[in-house]
Design a protein around this ligand. Structure first.
Ligand code: NAD
Length: 510
């Protein structure tokens, strides 16, 4: 229990007061569904409260959407597609996306503060998210100009002259379903390529973190034509599932847990709905004996403690070569124990609270079960003992050693600031072990010998491998999972492919 707030003189009341003042400045008052360019009440009266995980206080309440709300939003999106967005020129799509980027850039601090209040991520992390939101929108503004097909030569058995060309066409209405860890960034990972390709969108944010996307829609209301982007808030079962089953939604892009991903595949069967699924992970990092210890510690810290470990790509299984194990683990443990866990609105804070108390309990359950199995908790393993943090969903940065690789805490996604460490001596064996989970989202290799690092990168079963750093998903880099971490890819040109269907037009020139 070594970590404390960097403001030991503070009280829970002082933190709560700071958060109330920030909330008064940034929490939007327009909190209906956003359908056809207007904020509207839900079909039912029920609302969902969203809380600030630092203080436990209610921030706002949004409509608990249902199938009728989804129907309204899909109809608006379909009309907007038919009335012009589906055939809008590349230049028009580029203009809208560029203007969206400019609006976010002008409101970065406001949106970042809202994200801190709703998710518990630090202001530094949230400002980083906003920089990426701007960059991804800018990338797709440019990409709107190059949604292109090509021409092909074909064999004609009768020697007739033919010309085949391909065009990439939008699907129509796309359903986008988003989790709570990067609410605005992941929304934009979907909105950017979907709009660039000429689709209209119905987006369902997580019930835990609906505020930033609603604020964004208010800010871009004059920029995005009515009905092109619609947002329906609500629970997964009541609003998400009807969206995935809707007959006028031929394409779903989902980011979330593997469990819900399975359900979406099941629901997509009836209409053969196309799906892109970005799911969970349990990613390995392999540290070689020639690694620079300081750089390796920095990469491991970024891998597991960035965004409190609430990252699909979090590096949560650490394999350190036995020659440097003691030296590395001592330095890593010291760095983790020295992190400032505290109010995420303060710039000096390294780690804020988890998104909810429920997530703290889930994380702690895994740690307790590891302890019971005989594992060693090198640092962390509980909630901080700082009174000022007692109202929040805080959890300590935690390093677990001496644990069986088959243990559920190693095999399953904890989605918190908890990493398990293992020593290794033989490259083939460590790669086999690194691949020995159901997931395959990401991996890291830390080594000075770049040939060895690249050889290992090629053998890891993962959609992204970072070499000598971790957790960087820049615009222009495809992102997605092998194995049970998903289907398809987000970002870069691959995402345009996910949001278009290819038509081959075969012309008889004879
Ligand atoms: P979740 O699967 O519980 O929920 C994700 C979204 O799906 C939410 O909006 C939720 O309301 C909705 N949903 C729930 N049930 C549904 C249903 N039956 N039909 C349709 N929608 C439904 O995930 P979460 O707890 O919000 O987020 C954490 C998970 O997301 C982790 O597993 C994490 O790894 C994953 N994730 C993956 C990526 C990636 O790019 N691979 C990125 C971020 C998060």
């Amino acid at each position: 229990m070594g970590t404390t707030s960097d403001t030991p003189a503070e009280t829970a009341d002082a933190i709560a007061e700071r958060h109330r003042e920030a909330a008064a400045d940034v929490v939007p008052d327009t909190l209906g569904h956003y359908i056809d360019g207007a904020f509207v009440p839900g079909d039912a009266d029920e609302r969902i409260e969203t809380r600030d995980p630092t203080t436990g206080e209610v921030l706002a309440a949004v409509p608990a959407g249902n199938a009728a709300d989804i129907d309204r939003a899909v109809a608006a999106a379909r009309d907007a597609f038919d009335d012009g967005w589906g055939t809008a020129s590349p230049g028009e799509r580029q203009r809208v996306l560029s203007e969206m980027a400019a609006v976010v850039e002008d409101h970065q601090e406001e949106l970042a503060t809202l994200e801190v209040l709703d998710t518990g991520k630090t202001i530094t992390e949230a400002m980083g998210d906003m920089g990426l939101v701007v960059d991804h929108l800018t990338y797709y503004a440019a990409a709107a100009r190059s949604v292109e097909g090509d021409t092909r030569q074909t064999n004609d058995l009768f020697e007739r002259e033919k010309q085949v060309f391909t065009v990439k066409e939008p699907y129509g209405v796309v359903g986008a379903i988003v989790p709570w860890n990067f609410p605005l960034l992941i929304a934009v990972w979907k909105l950017g390529p979907a709009l660039a390709a000429g689709n209209t969108v119905v987006l369902k944010p997580s019930e835990e973190t609906p505020l930033s996307i609603l604020r964004l829609m208010a800010l871009v209301d004059d920029v995005v034509p009515d009905g092109v982007v619609n947002v329906v808030t609500g629970y997964g079962e009541d609003a998400g599932a009807p969206l995935t089953k809707h007959e006028d939604v031929p394409k779903i892009s989902f980011t979330g847990s593997t469990e819900v991903g399975r359900e979406i595949i099941h629901n997509s069967a009836a209409d053969i709905t196309k799906t892109t699924l970005e799911l969970g992970g349990k990613s390995p990092i392999i540290v070689y004996p020639d690694a620079d210890i300081g750089e390796a510690v920095e990469a491991a810290m970024m891998a597991i403690f960035f965004n409190k470990g609430e990252c699909c790509a979090a590096g949560s299984r650490l394999f350190v070569h036995e020659e440097i194990e003691d030296q590395f683990l001592d330095a890593f443990t010291e760095a983790a124990a020295g992190m400032t866990v505290g109010d995420p609105l303060l710039e000096g804070t390294d780690m804020g609270p988890k998104v909810s108390g429920e997530q703290v309990e889930r994380t702690h359950g895994y740690v307790e079960s590891a302890r019971e199995s005989g594992a060693t908790v090198r640092t962390g393993g509980g909630t901080p003992d700082d009174e000022a943090l007692s109202d929040g969903a805080f959890y300590e940065p935690t390093i677990i050693d001496d644990i069986d690789h088959d243990h559920p805490a190693v095999q399953e996604e904890i989605f918190g600031p908890v990493i398990e460490t293992f020593a290794w001596s033989d490259e083939a064996t460590v790669v086999e072990r690194a691949n020995d989970v159901d997931y395959g989202l990401a991996a890291g290799v830390i080594a000075s010998d770049i040939t060895r690092a690249l050889r290992t990168a090629r053998r890891l079963e993962a959609g992204v491998v970072w070499v000598n750093h971790y957790n960087d998903v820049s615009a222009g880099q495809p992102f997605g999972g092998y194995k049970q971490s998903g289907n398809g890819r987000e970002n870069a040109a691959e995402a345009i492919d996910e949001f278009t269907q290819t038509k081959a037009i075969n012309v008889n020139l004879g």
